[in-house]
Design a protein around this ligand. Structure first.
Ligand code: DAK
Length: 258
């Protein structure tokens, strides 16, 4: 692949958007390669994924404006669907995905970060939805996920004004969980991913499903979903080992994803 790199370190997969000449902007090729990269992740051995951008300046500076500039309505819709399908795939990916936002996260870049489970960023990060300044709406889920992440007031201000916010404001808004000096961002992301990866994979996956799907339901249906997923963890080897280790006052011998 020429625009996306993938590496695996232990149980953590690292997906890097690598198109530095355009500040990692998302053209069709990047969207296709991201999809193929996620499809190829080995879910037997990988337990958490980190998504980041190549270089020190930009996570993803948006959808590719050059490519979008001449689209017809039908092509614009198709481009939006390509991005939306991919971002939904990442959002519902069976294992947690962390966005390590290392610079500009604008438009489609902010939307890519928003479809991840957890966002952390570097001090030079900037988040924004500049689309209305380009004559379009956010098209990869920004009008939906930003609202859910920071609430309607802040999301509307960001979207209507097209102004970006800096890392500390993103932290205050709850858009990111933590801010690090740039050099410390990837080590922090890997540490966070490692802390997730060492827990029982079946249980972690069930938590992601419960949280993602439960927040779309009324409370009665949501707790019923939680009960089902809770029940599904029992009789697994990992549940037995996790509880046995506690009762025997020893460390877990390593969860097996069984
Ligand atoms: N697309 C294409 N190229 C981009 C780009 C982008 N989004 N962002 C940067 N680049 C390119 C620049 O054109 C430049 O290329 P060269 O001129 O060197 O060939 C190179 O990256 C370096 O950028 P700058 O020279 O501009 O670098 P600066 O440090 O001066 O400025 C910047 C950095 C991030 C502030 C600036 O590049 C910038 O404002 N970029 C655009 C940011 C932006 O507006 N992003 C949002 C894009 S809109 C939809 C589907 C999707 C979407 C909407 C609707 N539907 C189908 C409904 C999504 C929309 C977006 O994401």
């Amino acid at each position: 692949m020429s625009t996306v790199c993938y590496t695996q370190e232990g149980a953590v997969g690292v997906v890097t958007v690598d198109r530095p000449k355009a500040l990692n902007a998302l053209n069709s090729e990047v969207l296709d390669e991201l999809r193929r990269t996620f499809e190829a992740i080995d879910l037997e051995t990988v337990r958490c994924v980190v998504v980041t951008g190549a270089g020190e300046k930009s996570f993803v500076a948006g959808a590719d404006i050059g490519e979008m500039s001449s689209l017809t309505r039908a092509e614009g819709e198709a481009f939006g669907k390509k991005g939306n399908d991919l971002f939904r795939m990442i959002e519902t990916f069976p294992i947690p995905v962390i966005a390590a936002v290392n610079g500009y996260a604008l438009g489609g870049g902010c939307e890519l970060a928003l479809c991840c489970d957890i966002r952390i960023c570097s001090e030079n990060a900037q988040f924004g939805q500049p689309e209305v300044g380009l004559g379009i709406t956010p098209g990869f889920g920004g009008t939906q996920r930003l609202v859910r992440a920071v609430g309607p007031g802040r999301a509307k201000e960001m979207i209507y004004t097209a102004r970006s916010i800096k890392a500390e404001d993103a932290l205050r808004a709850g858009l990111v969980n933590a801010v690090y000096p740039l050099a410390e961002l990837m080590p922090a992301a890997m540490k966070l991913a490692g802390n997730i990866a060492k827990n029982a994979p079946i249980a972690v996956r069930a938590c992601k499903k419960a949280i993602n799907e439960g927040t779309q339901l009324d409370m009665d249906s949501a707790v019923a979903l939680e009960e089902k997923l809770f029940g599904s963890c029992f009789e697994t080897e990992d549940q037995r080992e996790g509880m046995q280790a506690f009762l025997e006052k020893r460390k877990v011998e390593g969860f097996k994803n069984r």
